[in-house]
Design a protein around this ligand. Structure first.
Ligand code: SIN
Length: 321
């Protein structure tokens, strides 16, 4: 397999197969170097229901296999990882993200970072009257790219420019949400499947943000609706999680329309209860890496007159089951 560090890590933490396809040589920054000196990282849980800060790690330096295994394990255990003060380039963000699997290219090609198609600009900034990024990407609760056959394993957001107020990102634990459901509801939803569509809220978002482009036929072909289980099993930990969201889930395909709407409304509310949430208040150069198989997220909003810009990479995951 020719990928020593992946072999080492795979024993420790069951890396997804995509890792084995990553070419070490293609990404010198943030690559794994078996001989790299240990940076001495610590994983410290946040003062929140979940999430952890990874302390002592500089993502601009190569990681050794043990450090990568620790980060991978922490990601599975804590669902949201915060890396403070990361002075890294987009290429380094891409290289680190790729350690976890192939990267997904967002359908909104207009908001790719020049020279880095894997990086989506999330920003409310306009230059010459034109938006430079997808400013309302997180307007509704969602799990990234759940409208794809293979939704995102995880996403990384790296802060480039932050507002003096607002701009927080909220996360909600979908394992805990599932576990807290009444037993009767768990039984009802166990066999159900739901449709996810990128178009579910598209016209509503366009009405609020007219700069959102109309999708071309080629883009529409990229985002055909898909069907996933309402409760998914995390492929690496085996834990069950709710997998429906206000942004992308349109209907439960196994129920009549009125029952589907009622069950989804109930699940949407139960999935994001306050006690299930971690609210991330961004600090300069933060990198946040979350597990889309375990959490949903929401952008809490930024006042229009303040500038906010982050770079997002998304890692392809498995077909949910
Ligand atoms: C997103 O949904 O990926 C963006 C979240 C944010 O802007 O805080």
């Amino acid at each position: 397999m020719g990928c020593l560090e992946c072999e080492v890590v795979s024993h420790a933490a069951r890396l997804p197969p995509a890792c084995f396809m990553s070419a070490l040589a293609s990404s010198p920054p943030a690559a794994i170097d078996p001989a790299a000196p240990d940076q001495g990282i610590t994983v410290r849980p946040l003062d929140a229901p979940f999430g952890a800060e990874v302390i002592g790690l500089d993502l601009a330096r190569p990681l050794n296999a043990g450090e990568f295994a620790s980060i991978h394990r922490a990601h599975l255990d804590h669902h949201v990882l915060v890396f403070r003060d990361q002075r890294i380039t987009p290429a380094q963000q891409v290289a680190f993200s790729r350690r976890f699997g192939p990267l997904q290219i967002h359908v909104q090609k207009k908001f790719q970072l020049a020279g880095h198609p894997e990086v989506l600009i999330v920003s409310n900034i306009k230059e010459n009257g034109e938006p430079i990024g997808l400013g309302d990407a997180g307007h509704f609760w969602h799990s990234d790219l759940s409208y794809k056959d293979k939704p995102s394993l995880g996403s990384l957001l790296h802060a480039q420019e932050l507002p003096a107020e607002g701009g927080d990102t909220l996360f909600a634990d979908q394992h805990a949400a599932y576990e807290a459901l009444p037993e009767a509801l768990k039984t009802t939803i166990a066999p159900l499947r739901a449709e996810h569509s990128y178009l579910a809220k598209y016209e509503e978002l366009r009405a609020r943000s007219p700069w959102r482009p109309r999708l071309t036929q080629a883009q529409l072909d990229e985002v055909k609706p898909v069907v996933h289980p309402v409760v998914r099993t995390h492929p690496e930990t085996g834990r069950k999680a709710l997998f429906v969201s206000e942004h992308f889930t349109t209907r439960i395909v196994d129920l009549p329309e009125d029952e589907s709407a009622a069950v989804l409304a109930e699940l949407f509310a139960l999935a994001v209860k306050h006690e299930l949430q971690y609210r991330h208040a961004w600090q300069p150069h933060d990198m946040v890496f979350w597990d889309n198989r375990s959490v949903q997220h929401l952008a809490a909003g930024t006042p229009d007159h303040l500038r906010r810009k982050l770079y997002r990479t998304t890692i392809e995951g498995d077909v949910p089951y």
